[in-house]
Structure formats: C-alpha cells, structure tokens
Design a protein around this ligand. Structure first.
Ligand code: SF4
Length: 615
C-alpha cells in the first residue's frame, strides 16, 4: 500500500509457538476504520468468535497507532490497546500516553497483534523487523516502576517501555499496564490479559520515517494551537493539570463522595490543586511526547510499601475523585500515596477507589464485619485504604472477593449490597456523577466498555431537571468526536487547546491525503460504534444491560444537585435511550437494524445475506 499516514501492515506475534507474521490489510479497511479504536474494533471483531475466554490464549492484544502518530501534530504521543475485557467480558479499548505507538509506527506497523500464551514470562523486544522473546522471569513480581527502569537499562536508548505489575501477573480483572512510569492503560483489565499470556511487557524502538500527504499543513495547525495555548494565562488545567477539576465537579454536584452517596464533598478544600502543587509539586512533568499542554504533573510522596522513601506520584482528577472524596479522604498525601501504590502494582485507580468505597459502606452498614476485613474500615481512613489496596492486589483475605470488582463482589457478599455497587456492565463508574448533568447517564449506560467518561458528553451542562431525550443529538455528536479522537489517536484534553472536531478532520486529511468530510466521519463513527455493539451483542448484551446503577436513582441529599436523580423518572430514561438507539439506527432492543448494518458496510464482515443472523 502506498498511502500516506499508514504503513499498510500489522505485525502478528504468537507467544505459544514464538512465531511472527506480517499482514497487509486491504486499503478499504484503513479508509473505513482509520486507526486506533476504529481499526481495533475491526480486528477484534474479525479475530474473536463469541464467548472467547478473555484470559485464555485465544484472546488477542492489539497495540495500535493511527495516522497521526510520529507526525508533528499536537498531543499525538498516545496509542490504543484493544482486547476483550476480563473485567466485563466485552469489547475494550483503552488509550494510553507515552511513545509506544510512535515507536510501533516507526517500526513500520500500524499495529501489533499478540495471540497465544508463553510458557514462561517474557518481554517482547521489537526493533524494526527484529522480534525477540526475552526471558522476563527476573522481573516477575516486580512493580511497574522498577521493571520499567530495569528494561530501560537493558535496551537501546530511546526505546518505549510498557509493563504490567504484580496485579496483572495475578490476573486481577482491574489490572492496568504502564507506559514509561506515568501512563496507564486504565480501564477494563488489559493488564490481566498480558498477565494471562505471561507477557510482562514490550520494549519497542523503530527508526522509520512516517509518510504524510501534507506535513506543512500539520505543522501550521500545530503552530497555531501551540501559540494560542502559550498565550493562555491563569488557566487551571495549564497550571495544575486535571486535579484542578475537583472544584469544578464539586460545584456541579458531580464529585463522588463516600461511595457515591453524594456529589458534593464538604471537605473538598483539603484536595485543592493549588495548595497541593505549592506543598508537594516537583515542578516537573511526565507528559506524553508531542504534547504542548503537559498535564502530567509530578508530586512528591512516599511509597506506602517503603516507609521513608521519596517517590513521584502523577495523580489525575479521576483518582482525586475515587480515592479522595469517594473514600471520604481529604488528605492529598493519602491520595498521592494510593495513586503511587496503584500505579506500581498496576491497578485501575477508578475501579480500586470504587471497590474500597463499596467495602467502606458495607462495613458501615454492618454487612462486612471487622472479622471479614481484618481491621475496622471507615470512610476517611487512609491506612485502611492502603491496606485494602494491597489485599486486593494480592488476592488476600476479603481482597480475593473484592478483586473481582463491585458487581461480582456484591453478588457474592449479598445482603442488599447490590444496591450500592456502582458500576455499568461490571465497570466501575468514573468520577463524574450523572446526577449533576442532564443526559450523562445515557452515555454511561450505552458505552461499549461500561461506564466511561470518555464516550461522549451531552452538550448541555445543566442539571437533570428537564427531559434527557432533548440532549441526545448532542451526545451522539460528541460521541462521534470521541470516536474520531480515539482513532486518530489524539489526547482527549485537546478540547482545552481548543482542537475542534473540524480541525481533527483537517489533520486526518493532511496526514492521509484522503478527502474525509464531516459527513463521512459521522458515518465512520457510527460504523465503529455499531461494530463494537455487534461484538457485545454476540456476548449477550442488550437493552436490559444498558442501565445505570441503583445509586444514581437515589436523590442527592445535599450540594448543588440536592433533590436530583440522574433522570426525571424511568420514562425520561427510557425515552432518552430510545432516542439514542434511533439516532444510531438500532432497534428498540438496541440491536443494529439490517439496513444500518448494510449502510455502514458492516454486512461484509458477517456471514449470511444481512449478517444479522450472527448477532
Ligand atoms: S495533555 Fe496530558 S494526557 Fe494529554 S497528551 Fe498532554 S500529557 Fe498526555
């Protein structure tokens, strides 16, 4: 293939028999699915039949880049991992910072697909066309920080390093993996899929050139956005990164507080970003390459496993929410320690914070006793939260049950605990309470991965005091933008630059030379979302799974959203869901219609005249 923006080939690695293959994809596949999430949706759907065990050798890991990686575009130092989630059993795309995607692109691949299972722990070392399976037994059991540093010492300068920690090795379904010390594949347990394959990580370096149709136009867009950003003053995101959002979320009644019993944390001032920066900010960052915004600020803290040590914690808003307010913790050092611990063990802070908050409420209600936990577990208890985090990672005591996430843990613990287990389709909810924003609950209910804050926001920022169906068109528009963002692959925070949807399409055109339009991108986004829906339908998902947790039907007891639930009532929720399905071309059960499948060209991926039979 001689197109710009793409290399035209995928590297396939089989860990069982240690073989490699190169696949040249048809040009039309690139045009239809672009890269990142889109290309991953195509490949995962093609590669996996229904009911494949996510932790078995037949699951695949897809490391993907997009048309912009390696080009001088803004905030494209990111990449995508697609697999079947061991946490939800559904489609999973997770997006990570760091240079791995760029190096894969420079090796001459648009992605790397990994199948099988190694006999013993290995690290995959890829240098252009050369692929080595290095023994990783000496790294097994080590945290992500030490493993990353060791692999850097062992390999060429400039290599991109990506590893799992002990949680991934122990197949904890909320396990993450870490790129270059500070960037995580956060949601859905991709780290456990690496662990199941005995794959400790990847080391990748390439030296190829990335072709672009019009690199000067990309540079021009980059220069203009960088100039605008540099001229911004007194801007929270610029000064403090995402922790500045604590105040914003709290002021809208969206800040998770004590296992989501409220969206208003009365002690929020304790988590003030400016104070945190002043006291513990190290004045440096671990930002993604090609980033003009540099949000990943480093803070000084102590490794809870090594008292007296000094380590860097690169905390984000989501962790401030789920391991701060949601645990009733207003001590920033407590959150910084928990964040470091989770990153080093390789565990999702959103899920871990929700699980611990759930356990704290169960303890408060007497559903879990001190004998069950091993110690008293109260909201606000930093040491208790640290202890429980380690127990989850080690599957120790009650940690064995909690490690499976709030859905399965509540089913096992029973006694009514399902009513305060906060998840969608098994995935714990990110730090934005839908009781503070009209229609947001539909984004959570319909997202293919389970509750995610990266699957589109309704345009209205008003409280849920009017019909949610009225804002569904704006949700679809924003979801389309997110799908493009995750397929190009550009950082989501670029809305702060601001990098508009139309400019993203300009960048795509400049990279590939293909004349994409707003209309063709809408079609593309619907194609990707409908294909991931088809994947999930094969796994048994339908309308009855597109719902919000019971907690979001409880009215807020205090704060700016006092007296409000996520929707006016059940009818409001159902009408909004109907409207969402209608806009996507799905029927009342949330199943894509034959006409939609055909219009999007997805019938070609399925056996039978319409493909519908296999759904
Ligand atoms: S803004 Fe933050 S997450 Fe986005 S590319 Fe820059 S450093 Fe990475």
């Amino acid at each position: 293939m001689s197109m710009n923006g793409w290399n035209g080939r995928i590297l396939w690695v089989d860990l069982t028999d240690r073989t490699t293959q190169f696949e040249s994809l048809d040009e039309q596949i690139y045009l239809d699915f672009i890269g990142g999430k889109g290309l991953g949706a195509y490949l995962l759907f093609r590669e996996l039949g229904a009911q494949v065990d996510p932790l078995g050798p037949d699951n695949v890991l897809l490391f993907l880049n997009g048309p912009l990686q390696g080009l001088p575009a803004p905030n494209v130092g990111r990449w995508t991992l697609v697999t079947k989630s061991p946490h939800t059993g559904l489609f999973l795309d997770t997006h990570c910072g760091g240079p791995l995607g760029r190096e894969i692109k420079k090796c001459g691949y648009d992605g790397i697909g990994i199948r099988g299972r190694s006999e013993h722990p290995v690290v995959l070392v890829i240098d252009g066309n050369d692929v080595q399976f290095e023994d990783a037994r000496m790294l097994w059991g080590k945290g992500t920080q030490e493993s990353t540093r060791t692999l850097h010492d062992m390999h060429k300068q400039g290599s991109a390093v990506f590893v799992i920690g002990p949680a991934g090795e122990r197949l904890i379904p909320i396990a993450t993996a870490c790129c270059e010390l500070a960037h995580q594949t956060g949601r859905g347990g991709a780290g456990a899929v690496l662990g199941s394959k005995n794959l400790k990580g990847l080391v990748v370096i390439g030296d190829g050139k990335i072709p672009a149709a019009d690199v000067e136009q990309i540079r021009q867009i980059n220069r203009a956005l960088t100039k605008g950003w540099n001229e911004k003053t007194d801007y929270g995101f610029k000064d403090f990164g995402t922790p500045f959002l604590v105040e914003l979320a709290n002021s809208r009644g969206q800040f998770p507080t004590r296992n989501w019993r409220s969206g208003f944390f009365e002690s929020h001032e304790g988590l003030d970003a400016a104070t945190m920066n002043e006291k513990w900010g190290l004045g440096r960052h671990h930002s993604c390459p090609h980033c003009v915004m540099r949000c990943t600020h480093a803070f000084r803290t102590e490794d809870p496993s090594n008292p007296g040590s000094e380590v860097e914690s690169t905390v984000e808003y989501e962790t401030m929410g789920l391991m701060g307010g949601n645990l009733g913790i207003d001590d920033p050092q407590g959150v910084l320690k928990l964040n470091y611990l989770c990153d080093d063990l390789g565990m999702d802070t959103i899920s871990t914070g929700t699980i611990i908050g759930f356990a704290m409420e169960a303890f408060e209600r007497g559903i879990l006793a001190e004998d069950d936990v091993g110690f008293p577990l109260n909201f606000g208890d930093v040491d208790g939260a640290i202890r429980l985090t380690k127990m989850i990672a080690n599957r120790e005591g009650i940690g064995e049950i909690l490690a499976n996430g709030v859905k399965k843990a509540s089913e096992q613990i029973g006694n009514g605990s399902e009513s305060f287990a906060v998840h969608v389709k098994g995935l714990e909810v990110p730090a934005w309470d839908p009781r503070g924003r009209r229609g947001l609950g539909i984004s959570y209910a319909t997202a293919e991965v389970g509750a995610s804050h990266l699957r589109g926001w309704p345009q209205a920022v008003d409280m849920p005091e009017a019909p949610a169906s009225e804002v569904m068109e704006s949700l679809i528009d924003n979801r389309d933008t997110k799908i493009l963002t995750d397929s190009l692959i550009v950082c989501h925070f670029t809305y702060h630059l601001p990098l508009e949807h139309a400019t993203k399409i300009d960048l795509l055109r400049a990279a590939t030379g293909v004349d994409y339009s707003k209309e063709s991108i809408s079609l593309f986004a619907n194609r990707v979302e409908t294909l991931t829906r088809m994947f999930n339908i094969r796994e048994g998902i339908g309308r009855s799974e597109d719902r919000i947790p019971p907690r979001f039907w409880e009215k807020h007891p205090n704060g700016p959203a006092k007296g409000l639930a996520a929707f006016l009532d059940e009818d409001d929720f159902n009408e909004a869901l109907d409207r969402f399905y209608e806009l996507r071309g799905w029927d009342k059960e949330g199943t894509p219609t034959p006409a939609t499948i055909q219009r999007l060209g997805l019938d070609l991926l399925l056996p039978g005249p319409t493909g519908r039979q296999s759904l």
